[in-house]
Design a protein around this ligand. Sequence first.
Ligand code: SF4
Length: 98
Amino acid sequence: MSQTTIEVLGLKAKLGLDVFKHDKEPHVKIRDGMAKDARLKAAVLVCPAGLYSENSAGEVELSIDGCLECGTCRIACGTEVLEWNYPTAGCGVQFRFG
Ligand code: SF4
């Protein structure tokens, strides 16, 4: 793939070059009872992979598939609302771009 081709790819296409190996359990979880906590709304804005969303009930949801393990959500929201760990060895993201 030429540099020019890579430059015109969108975010989703670039992330699609990475490979994700699923872990037994999600390595990032919203703590029980915290889905409506205002601190979580920051994750919707800052997650570079767009894995957080807010539903019509005002609850933040996380779909961990595609996590880049960057830790941005942990810094933005804090560990009182998020349980954040790296995946088990051998699982998680394998970067294919860059
Ligand atoms: Fe998103 Fe990074 Fe948090 Fe993964 S670690 S959910 S990519 S902000």
